[in-house]
Ligand binder design. Sequence first.
Ligand SMILES: [Zn+2]
Length: 345
Amino acid sequence: MTKRTSRGILDRLKSGIVLGAEGYVFELERRGYIKAGPYVPEVVLDFPEAVKELHREFLRAGCEVMVALTYYAHREKLKDVGRENDLERMNRQAVQLANEVAREGDALVAGNICNTWAYDPHNAAETSKTVRAMYEEQLGWAVEEGIDFVISETNDYLGEALIALEVIKQLKLPAMVTLASVQRDQTRDGYDYVEACKILADHGADIVGLNCDRGPATMLPIVEKVRTAVHCYVAAQPVPYRTSAEHPTFESLEIGNGQRAFPLALEPFLLNRFEMADFARRAQGIGVNYIGVCCGGAPHYVRAMAESLGRTVPASKYSPAMELHPMLGTQVETKDKVFLQDWKS
Ligand SMILES: [Zn+2]
């Protein structure tokens, strides 16, 4: 597989912020191509054009990394939906689709591995073998199809993240390893998030940080501490939802009567594009190197984030020009306002 670009992820990070975008599973579920519950990316085989279209929309919005849609495309999850025999085909095709669209612009392709639900810290020796085999098989196919680096994401356990990191390093690829942050302060195996990032950095991760679970308001304070604790690159890919000190994760948001909004009734908590633009600027301000979005993410957020970083992207051609609106005109002066409440209190 020939390389699309001469500039790899580490080169790009050296010279500035890299803008990413994820949340493929969430968005393709909303579009009717993935079943909520199992959340297996069957769409890769069943509706490949839908996957390419979303890649393309993110690319036009300024995303620099096409993340292969192999999230949950691992042996454990495919068993749940009776498609274990499609495992290899699904993984290979996901990387092929990401490559096809990356070549339409100047994007990188990231292989993607994630939390497996197979890791058990109380039986680490035995379950580590299972997890390692799953990662090796997924990334083996990904490397054959052509990837520039690997994103290991939504890691609930530091132990599992370290296995991912080892497998990526054996393949001699740059490793971005980011943690889930469902619990208040620590990973499911009991490491403070900042400490866990530091351990990952000490073990050779090129990029560490957090993805998913938290909105900008509750993710950035942790990421700021990670920034001061490590020397490597730092990533922040929050969910675009209004989380708070009381409800720090999108899993904990409630729509009333104690009913939780996650994962199918989250719309009332969505941030607007200006708030996500504000997030990107704040992340830049604290020295985050890889800025993106996770579940709930959509192209309009990515474009707003790109533009807030001073970039003009293909989709900027159709960015708002409210002064041309016959009724609203200049009444909509939202561009430079600060929307997010200060999370440093
Ligand atoms: Zn997510």
